[in-house]
Design a binder for this molecule. Sequence first.
Ligand code: UDP
Length: 254
Amino acid sequence: MARRRQLYEGKAKVLFEGPEPGTLVAHFKDDATAFNNQKRGTITGKGVLNNRISEFLMLRLHEIGIPTHFIRRLNMREQLIREVEIIPIEVVVRNVAAGSMTKRLGVPEGTALPRSIVEFYYKNDELGDPMITEEHITAFGWASPQDIDDFLAMTLRINDFLTGVFLGIGIKLIDFKLEFGRIYDENGDVRIVLADEISPDNCRLWDIATGEKMDKDRFRRDLGNVEGAYQEVARRLGILPEGASLEAIDGDAE
Ligand code: UDP
């Protein structure tokens, strides 16, 4: 296959021109970063696992009517996606206090929140992704009130659905981050779709039985066995067959 033209390289993924107009190929890397790029490392096999985990969750979300950018997985590290205009906002949903919320508000980690809390951050590495409100989003034109209504409604449904998916495999969904994009159809109508990825890189997942962390916090906090935790999430989702190692899903064809 001819070498695809690289369009963008992010922290965990590289985007290439897709085979048809309006499509892209996302390549999942093993690179990991944390604390706004101050900590860098590699998690062996992470790209392969996140490609699979995100495929699985995007397909389940599609089945319940959530529009996503996902088209199909191409091989172990790549998936075909719709090209979208990314809305420069990170939408974070929290069910249990953890991470930046514990630092900002002094709420102890693990405190169950009385209701799910949605937060917005402006996607800007130079500024360290500052927290913003709906007022900033509309005042600076990053998204319209209609866009916000659309992605908020989707976010709450995704949270309820994913909470149930993970509960069913003995995992508590503590918090996660979503990104959305716009697709323009031939009439110029706009549709908001779920973009980016859903994986242990951007979710906090705790084992219900042991409380053990099964997500990127293992890397952020040097807890060890990061690969093992990502593999265990895949295994419980039924992506990695019982007893199989990563090599079992490494070998599939283009
Ligand atoms: N998150 C993310 N990308 C970011 C910031 C946060 O995927 O740039 C995810 C993170 O993995 C966690 C949730 O969003 O599941 C909430 O993150 P938090 O605000 O606690 O920030 P952190 O502790 O990661 O700095």
